[in-house]
Design a protein around this ligand. Structure first.
Ligand code: COA
Length: 334
């Protein structure tokens, strides 16, 4: 495809999917030495959703359902897409990408498809990449999915990790728009690889760096130094939001919603208090879904969209941080 005149990007539709099965704090308290009171006080989480593998549910199924719903919302068919970007740390296989499997599930025919790994930043990174590809003129319609089934990566004997995570997917269908001011008007995709030992999923014992302070868990399960991640996140979250506001010249009043990665209620509350963000502009669903990694921001966008709190003409700021360490923002004129 040849390069074309400047264009913008439209969010043509959004969707999300969560499993029906609930994992409550009481359930976890029956598995490890913890309590509802401790979890709510330290994280704000009351329950999370997890896939039921015995019922045939999978990470790929969640991803597929979210994009199916986004396509329905956009009144489009999967064959209209020329690219699918699927962000996850919990894909069943590395080959093929789950983007290809979603394309097959939705009968998309021939379409570009790849997976992107940026941990909890996956959805925001993918929205940034998709916006840039459409603006470049190389793609016209892209399906973006952020999806994680973190329950497949959790050692449920590790109380420092198991309490935080849940399974969810959020998707968006992005299309070329004639108005260049529509779409992503500012974006950040950054990271500091030196921080990777704070959060990782080792396949082999040799993947574990020497001197790592996170407790040992089963191979294939997430290891996390919660205190270290907390210290990093509580500052970085505020910095990323402040940077997005100052770089765009937007005030808090100009922004309809700050759509934040749902990592820990205390981290979100701290950023809100330091920047002075009003409650009604910072959506929180961590109490019901926990931290769903790549799924989290897309799930929030869908719920806000369906509730009429994100509308055409609004400006929104999406922000996330995660393993890597990575951090990201995306400012959109919807
Ligand atoms: N229930 C009860 N007690 C627990 C517990 C649990 N689920 N998990 C840890 N504890 C205990 C610890 O063993 C420790 O006990 P000690 O003082 O006797 O040693 C005590 O509680 C405090 O542990 P600490 O790890 O300092 O707690 P915390 O206040 O930092 O909260 C997290 C732990 C994981 C909730 C918090 O660090 C966090 O949210 N970090 C960020 C994680 C994150 O966002 N990750 C995703 C990045 S995208």
């Amino acid at each position: 495809m040849t390069m074309s005149k400047p264009c913008g990007v439209r969010i043509a539709g959004v969707g999300s999917a969560v499993p029906d099965k609930r994992l409550t704090n009481a359930d976890l308290a029956s598995m490890v030495d913890t309590s509802d009171e401790w979890i709510v006080q330290r994280t704000g989480i009351k329950e999370r959703r997890i896939i039921d593998r015995d019922a045939g549910e999978s990470q790929c199924w969640l991803a597929t359902e979210s994009l199916r719903r986004a396509l329905d919302d956009a009144s489009m068919d999967a064959k209209d897409l020329d690219l699918i970007i699927h962000a996850s740390v919990s894909s069943e296989m590395t080959c093929p990408s789950n983007a290809c499997r979603v394309a097959d599930n939705l009968d998309a025919g021939t379409t570009g498809a790849f997976d992107l790994i940026a941990a909890c930043c996956g959805y925001v990174y993918s929205m940034n990449v998709a916006d840039s590809l459409i603006r470049s003129g190389r793609h016209q319609a892209i399906g973006v999915i952020g999806c994680d089934a973190m329950s497949t990566l959790i050692d449920y004997t590790d109380r420092g990790v198991s309490i935080l995570f849940g399974d969810a997917a959020g998707a968006a269908v992005l299309t070329r728009d004639e108005d260049p001011n529509r779409g992503c008007v500012y974006q950040v995709m950054e990271g500091d690889g030196r921080g990777w030992p704070s959060l990782f999923i080792p396949r082999n014992e040799r993947d574990v760096p020497s001197g790592v302070s996170a407790p040992p868990t089963q191979l294939g399960c997430l290891r996390m130094d919660g205190r270290e991640v907390y210290k990093f996140a509580v500052n970085k979250f505020r910095e990323v939001i402040e940077d997005a506001l100052s770089a765009t010249g937007l005030s808090v009043d100009d922004v309809a919603q700050f759509v934040c990665h749902q990592s820990n209620m205390r981290i979100i509350e701290s950023a809100k208090a330091k920047i002075g963000l009003p409650d009604e502009k910072v959506y929180v669903n961590i109490d019901r879904y926990g931290n769903s990694s790549s799924g989290s921001v897309g799930l929030c966008v869908d719920q806000l969209w369906k509730a009429g709190k994100i509308n055409s003409g609004d400006t929104i700021i999406m922000v996330a941080f995660g393993g890597g360490m990575t951090w990201s923002s995306s400012v959109w004129n919807v």
